[in-house]
Write a new protein. Structure first.
Lengths: 232, 218, 232, 218
């Protein structure tokens, strides 16, 4: 077993420097790599390009990096719920590349799986298709989208083992599996890190080969964005 | 004239036994409340869940179990969780039977605009472009006119497009319309709404064939 | 819950007719849909095109359909260990389209996920690339491969529930998940069929939306092709 | 001159700590037996397993757990199973560090032929074309000459190609060769084999720089 365990969150972000492209898992605030984000704020790397479905809220998630002006560009499908984001975007400080959600996921998966590009119908005939090749297959139009190229992927899983194997929980899975192995270095943080051999090999969502570093996060706030309940 | 719940109720009648359904944010989300109880339907949410149930009881919320609107949800027996790539495999691969979306504008040829208003803060298309580009059965839930009374059922969309030629049916506060090669065919009137009122509220070509029944949403 | 359960193997193959294209899961004899294959032999449909990584052995797996001359064409990556196959191929009775294994898997996945085509480096510069488009991305050459189009996919899982959710075991997983939802109708056979709600939603390999029919196989032989052991 | 186990032993020295390795059928499979015990290596098999262990003890075979050669296997702690699409994502995505394959022919520029002999029954390429098209570190295990003594280390392959310009290193019964832009560079001689013998057995351009050491495979 090749041991991927690191012993501190400092090691998790080691190597991240200014101008890098980072992938960050999560959908809204669900399944985001909370500990890595907090450490990226401490690290202070600037001019980052962040690939993440959303951009957090003002005081949590990627909003923390935005507050510190560490992000130059966001590549996301939806960026609401964040006033500081809006301010930076409207002032031109922040560049935003909006990408259809399924395309975003597949651009990650293409990078993971060694596909340089793929054809998708999403965005054909819209602004998203501007400057992109389009092509007909079986009477339907598709646009050519390229695989992402990223330096680091920071993902969050529920359980993991020292071999880097990951298991996700609920909808906190979202973009996290697609980003594993989609960047030069993948760093996984987990709520519970166990020795190799404790996870059922049948039930691993992401094999350790896609993960270079794994650590147990010190604390998870797991903030809820839209707490919605029904009456008993 | 229908309110939002009325639109949702009417759309719920389009949901058939055995359908996998994706509901957009807003009025579409309400549709789940009105689906007949004697049919089996599974709701998919593009953030990675199939088999969504009702909202949780207070104190039973799980931060790890949400829908695409970021609301806490529950799941029903037979539910499954999956990643975003597989979720859009379901959508792009046409495994979802019915997609219900809101819209700002729909055009005669079925184009939809629902993601961007130039000059305003753009939040993004989320999964809408994937949904409209792939789904074979898209129903739009929307108001027939904007707050100033101008039609949103148009010859041609004025706002940036989300997808081309994809809408099949529209349910508004005033009417049910089918999108046909010839234009918007009026299928039903909302209770108390006249054909004339619908005509006046529709900029796109409206096709009226024979008597137009009032819709039943009981 | 939408119930996908069928009550007999006859229902499993209902609708299969001459000249259809079938996908069949399995790698060698591992994880093959044994019960569906046996029933396809009984059904007697002819001139079938079968997409399957391998072609079974003489008296098991797809070899049973070959014996009955039901297969017109095989699309596979490796077709050894089958004398009848060899005879039919050399005599020209059987058409064989050899496809690199990773390409075979991705042609299934593309069909499942709504991608019309994809670029892969596998086979560039070889016979496999003949008649196919090639293209450079980032200094490397790729060929364009198309998604499969099939009428039925027959897959085999370990456990399943009435909603059609599937869990696979060990390397019997192989091509089975990629084929689910990759044909017009997907038929899953399982060793154990349980009511909906008994499987952990986190641990489902293939959600039921990709499966139209599910049944519990009456019997599994699970033959081993290369029994290899070490001394105690 | 090396036998098959000798070739496997020499290749095992190329397997480094922390490597994920894919072993082809034949001599490559033997490499696993000779990897140093003080390093950590994980073996991937393209049919869907990472972390392969030794063959099972008799009576402990599981028909559902095999390798790409269809042999019954076991797994080690930390192992995982996955589907064929994800397996080739590992391969195509360059997550596998080292690929060891057999070959019928290798050419000066690193082309490999190992899947088809015209006129003979063709069994197929299996995963070989994906492996050679993607892997950045490919070592070929092969006999230097065929049964009639003709070289298999060629200027140009005569058999149908499996992949272009992909082989980095070759270990044969006679020698270790690096594939360089100028041709086959002789790195080591097999025990008791002279440079002259290697020269005679090599049709492709052989580069000999300085003293060529005898290989150590103890």
């Amino acid at each position: 077993m090749i041991n991927k365990k690191i012993n501190s969150v400092e090691e998790a972000v080691a190597g991240v420097t200014d101008n890098m492209t980072l992938m960050l898992g999560g959908f809204g605030l669900c399944g985001i790599p909370e500990n890595a984000i907090a450490e990226l704020v401490k690290l202070g790397a600037k001019n980052l390009t962040c690939i993440s479905n959303n951009a957090g809220v003002d005081d949590f998630g990627l909003g923390l990096l935005l507050q510190q002006r560490q992000i130059k560009k966001m590549i996301s499908s939806y960026v609401g719920e964040n006033d500081e984001f809006e301010r930076q975007m409207l002032s031109g400080e922040l560049d935003v590349e909006l990408t259809p959600q399924g395309t975003l996921a597949e651009k990650c998966r293409a990078a993971q799986a060694g596909f340089p590009a793929f054809y998708t119908p999403a965005g054909y005939g819209t602004e998203v298709a501007e400057g992109k090749e389009s092509r007909e297959f079986n009477g339907k139009m598709y646009i050519l989208e390229k695989a992402f190229e990223a330096d680091f992927a920071f993902v969050k899983a529920w359980k993991g083992d020292e071999a880097g194997n990951l298991i996700f929980k609920g909808t906190a899975r979202n973009f996290n599996p697609c980003m594993c192995g989609a960047a030069k270095i993948t760093v996984a943080e987990v709520e519970e890190l166990v020795p190799a051999g404790e996870l059922d090999p049948n039930q691993i969502h992401i094999p350790g080969i896609f993960v270079q570093r794994i650590f147990q996060g010190a604390h998870y706030e797991k903030r809820i964005e839209q707490r919605t309940v029904r009456q008993r | 004239m229908l309110d939002k719940n009325g639109i949702a109720k009417r759309i719920a009648r389009e949901v058939k036994d055995g359908y996998f359904v994706n509901l957009g944010i807003g009025i579409p989300t309400l549709v789940a409340n009105f689906v007949r109880e004697d049919i089996e339907v599974e709701f998919q949410s593009e953030n990675g869940v199939l088999g969504m149930g009702p909202f949780p009881f207070e104190g039973e919320e799980d931060a790890d179990i949400i829908n695409a609107g970021k609301q806490t949800i529950t799941t029903l027996p037979g539910a499954s969780f999956f990643d975003s790539a597989l979720s859009f495999a379901m959508i792009r691969g046409k495994h979802v039977d019915l997609t219900i979306l809101g819209a700002m504008e729909v055009s005669e040829n079925g184009d939809i605009a629902n993601w961007k208003i130039p000059g305003k803060m753009v939040k993004g298309m989320g999964g809408a472009m994937d949904l409209v580009a792939s789904a074979e059965n898209i129903i739009v839930a929307m108001m027939h006119t904007n707050k100033r009374g101008a039609s949103k059922i148009l010859k041609k969309c004025t706002l940036p497009i989300t997808g081309l030629g994809c809408v099949k049916k529209i349910v508004t506060n005033l009417a049910v319309l089918d999108v046909t090669p010839e234009g918007f065919q009026l299928i039903e009137r909302a209770p108390g709404v006249s054909v004339e009122e619908i005509k006046n509220a529709t900029e796109g070509n409206l096709i009226i064939k024979g008597e137009i029944p009032e819709m039943k949403i009981a």
